[in-house]
Write a protein that binds this ligand. Structure first.
Ligand SMILES: *[C@@H]1O[C@H](CO)[C@@H](O)[C@H](O)[C@H]1NC(C)=O
Ligand SMILES: *[C@@H]1O[C@H](CO)[C@@H](O)[C@H](O)[C@H]1NC(C)=O
Ligand SMILES: *[C@@H]1O[C@H](CO)[C@@H](O)[C@H](O)[C@H]1NC(C)=O
Ligand SMILES: *[C@@H]1O[C@H](CO)[C@@H](O)[C@H](O)[C@H]1NC(C)=O
Ligand SMILES: *[C@@H]1O[C@H](CO)[C@@H](O)[C@H](O)[C@H]1NC(C)=O
Length: 351
């Protein structure tokens, strides 16, 4: 199985993807029901907080810690980094042995993070089935005589090896009560549920919307997963879909798998309290905002913009006034076919 870069670049410029781009006036607004959500293109300020020195660096996913600083994962090397959002100083927190890459990261308990790691070639875009596991990065291991938690004081341990998984990618905590983390498998087209205490794992969700698109040479289906209320929300990249399904307390589906919006290339998804989604569109170089009704607005970047080359992940600050975006620097689909830059963390101030 190969993730073909040329095909991905083709997808990025497909007319279908562009046809659904925001600011379309094909709808007669008079016929729409009253819209509870204002979805005009927002005023934003975009700044670079941190950038690597080298092309080829690839930030895959990030989380905001309770102190407002970031942890982010890299795909080109098996490292988790910390970014001080005040000073812009970034340092390696942990480097995993025996794997090439880090994927999704999510807070699974207070200052404890679940991280998907495995083998992946950033040149041929090929994941190695069976090489994946979920690891735990725990900052609660402070010294007994100290109230301070420092970056240096952490432990790393394995939650679960996932030999049956083909390409685990995004991860999310399911509920505080359940001990479950959900892990999206981009090639198998399922969501695994992993017991973070025992390491047991099984398929929780399995639907056609999670499989790679049948006509796509790129076997990248479900990419990211997140939980809001009684629903699990997910993005499916080659199908160009953003979806949700209602689940029970064990993360089993109890409703239809619904497509909320489609026609763009989604990477991860960040949800606000009211169910509004922020989604980076990696090969399309933008971040879009989608209301619970499925209306799309461009927040920053854009298909032919150099502002956000290859945005892979977006997370809101705790006060929801700032959206942090990690990028691959446009490695999969360079902007306008040729522009790449080192991976960076951008800060979008939502005004
Ligand atoms: C972040 O940087 C600021 C300014 O340099 C410093 O005061 C603060 O202690 C740093 N925070 C961490 C967690 O390193
Ligand atoms: C960045 O953080 C590291 C580790 O805490 C520290 O050694 C270094 O001095 C910091 N650099 C800057 C420019 O603040
Ligand atoms: C790393 O791989 C080597 C060789 O396959 C193996 O012996 C070792 O147990 C592995 N270590 C870990 C931490 O998985
Ligand atoms: C997903 O469901 C399909 C159709 O029911 C089934 O064929 C397939 O084996 C399931 N996949 C997994 C991994 O359970
Ligand atoms: C990264 O690659 C681009 C080509 O897309 C080149 O123009 C640029 O100078 C490179 N940047 C670095 C830091 O090597």
């Amino acid at each position: 199985m190969r993730f073909s870069s040329t095909c991905l670049a083709g997808l990025a410029f497909s007319p279908l993807a562009l046809a659904f781009w925001p600011a379309s006036d094909v709808y007669n607004t008079a016929q729409l029901p009253e819209q509870p959500y204002n979805n005009d293109q927002p005023n934003t300020k975009l700044e670079t907080v941190f950038q690597f020195p080298n092309n080829g660096s690839w930030i895959h996913n990030l989380v905001v810690r309770s102190d407002g600083n970031l942890l982010f994962t890299r795909l080109d090397t098996p490292e988790v980094w910390h970014l001080n959002t005040t000073s812009g100083n970034a340092t390696v927190v942990h480097s995993f042995s025996n794997v090439t890459s880090c994927f999704g990261i999510s807070e699974i308990a207070d200052d404890v993070f679940g991280i998907v790691v495995g083998n992946f070639s950033p040149t041929t875009y090929t994941p190695t089935a069976g090489s994946f596991s979920v690891q735990k990065l725990d900052f609660n291991t402070k010294k007994a005589d100290s109230e301070e938690r420092t970056l240096e004081e952490h432990t790393v341990s394995e939650i679960a090896a996932m030999p049956e998984a083909l390409a685990p990618n995004g991860i999310a905590s399911f509920s505080p009560e359940s001990n479950l983390a959900l892990v999206a498998d981009s090639v198998k087209g399922v969501v695994w549920k992993v017991d973070i205490e025992t390491g047991d794992y099984s398929v929780a969700l399995n639907d056609t919307t999670m499989l790679p698109a049948s006509n796509s040479p790129l076997p990248l289906g479900i990419n990211a997963v997140t939980v809001h209320g009684e629903h699990v929300y997910y993005t499916s990249t080659s199908r160009m879909e953003y979806c949700r399904v209602k689940v029970d307390k064990d993360a089993n589906p109890v409703g239809d798998f619904e497509i909320i919006a489609s026609g763009f290339l989604p990477d991860n998804v960040e949800l606000t309290q009211d169910g509004t989604a922020y989604i980076p569109t990696d090969p399309q170089n933008g971040v879009v905002r989608i209301t619970p009704l499925g209306q799309i607005a461009l927040v920053a970047g854009g298909q032919v913009s150099f502002d956000l080359a290859g945005p892979t992940s977006a997370r809101l600050s705790k006060d929801r006034k700032t959206l942090y975006v990690g990028t691959s620097g446009g490695q999969i689909a360079p902007v306008l076919g040729s522009f790449k830059e080192p991976a960076k963390i951008a800060k979008i101030t939502l005004q």
